[in-house]
Design a protein around this ligand. Structure first.
Ligand code: APR
Length: 317
């Protein structure tokens, strides 16, 4: 899509792999990659641009060092999409919620600069704790809720699908899964929406195995953190964030599980929560409701109340 500009804030593992995926799609004019560490985004941008003749894409990657005073953001002005990855990742044993105070300060300052320089952007938030950082970005930008989206459900669903495919020994393309709720302890895997080659999951795997896979999905991020020992996952997360950005850039109308503002759907109101939504050029076109079992709906409502309490706190952070 000629002329489209996307900015990725934070050139760590998540941000740099997201920038790579976006550039390789070859649908953007420019991918801006920013960081507060001088030279890091410029160096990564140069490296990515040098891969263009081999990978065969034209998108230009531009690295920008930003200052705490907001300097540098002017170069990203008028971005159509901004992905916020700035913030600390977890260490082994930490929950995502342990990052809230540090990352809230970072995300708030980033969001204010984004609002100033790219006032029409759709913002995709990935910094953790995800549901809270998404709510905070909506507050700090003052953008309409439809234009501030969090990435979590795409990733959690991908992890669930991968777990099921391995357990059932089938290709990932045979498997459909879904998770809703929060990107944390109150994640709600939705077995009633899961299938293998069109067959309900309960006909393919026994209940104990399904329970185990659900549990592994809920702890999918922690499992990677424990193995890496420094830093958290980024290949699957960046794939998820980049696909969401692509749906916005192409105004595709794809339905994806994302963290979005829920206003009456499922009997839940006034909270950023993981649900399915249709994505277009303006961000969220609409939340898509589906039939849930009583247990799944109760789980979603429980998740909503848990994140509502935390999201109320972020306004003051
Ligand atoms: N503006 C821009 N970049 C920033 C800022 C800021 N205000 N503050 C920190 N950063 C940068 C850091 O300098 C670092 O390069 O954010 C980057 C974070 O990179 P990593 O430490 O590699 O972390 P990453 O794995 O990319 O995770 C980023 O995503 O999954 C979540 O929990 C994770 O919140 C974390 C975020």
């Amino acid at each position: 899509m000629p002329g489209k500009k996307v900015t990725v804030v934070g050139a760590g593992f998540y941000g740099s792999t997201t920038a790579q995926r976006l550039a390789e799609y070859d649908i953007f004019d420019t991918v801006f990659l920013t960081d507060i560490i001088e030279g890091k985004p410029e160096g990564l941008a140069l490296d990515l641009n040098q891969s263009r003749p081999i990978e065969g894409f034209q998108t230009k990657v531009v690295g920008v060092t930003t200052g705490t005073d907001g300097s540098g953001y002017e170069q990203t002005a008028g971005s159509d999409i901004v992905i916020i990855t700035a913030g600390l990742p977890r260490k082994p044993g930490m929950s995502r919620m342990d990052l809230i105070e540090t990352n809230a300060k970072i995300v708030r300052s980033v969001a204010e600069q984004v609002a100033k320089h790219s006032p029409e952007a759709v913002v995709i938030v990935v910094s953790n704790p995800l549901d809270e950082m998404t709510a905070l970005t909506a507050i700090a930008t003052g953008f309409p809720k439809a234009r501030v989206i969090g990435q979590a459900g795409m990733l959690d669903t991908a992890r669930f699908t991968n777990n099921v495919a391995e357990a059932a020994d089938v290709p990932v393309s045979s498997v459909t899964t879904l998770t809703l709720g929060s990107h944390g302890d109150t994640m709600v895997p939705v077995p009633s929406a899961c299938s293998v080659d069109g067959k309900p999951l309960s006909e393919v795997l026994d209940q104990a195995t399904i329970d185990e896979l659900v549990d592994r999905t809920r702890n999918g991020g922690a499992e990677v953190v424990a193995l890496l020992k420094t830093g958290s996952a980024y290949y699957a997360p960046s794939a998820a964030a980049a696909r969401m950005a692509r749906a916005v850039a192409e105004d595709s109308g794809a339905v994806m599980p994302v963290c979005t503002w829920v206003d009456g759907e499922y009997g839940i109101s006034g909270v950023y929560l993981g649900v399915e939504a249709e994505i277009g050029a303006g961000g969220i076109r609409k939340v898509v409701e589906r039939d849930l079992t009583d247990t799944e709906l109760a789980g979603l409502k429980e998740a909503a109340e848990a994140v509502r309490a935390k999201q109320a706190d972020v306004a003051d952070l």
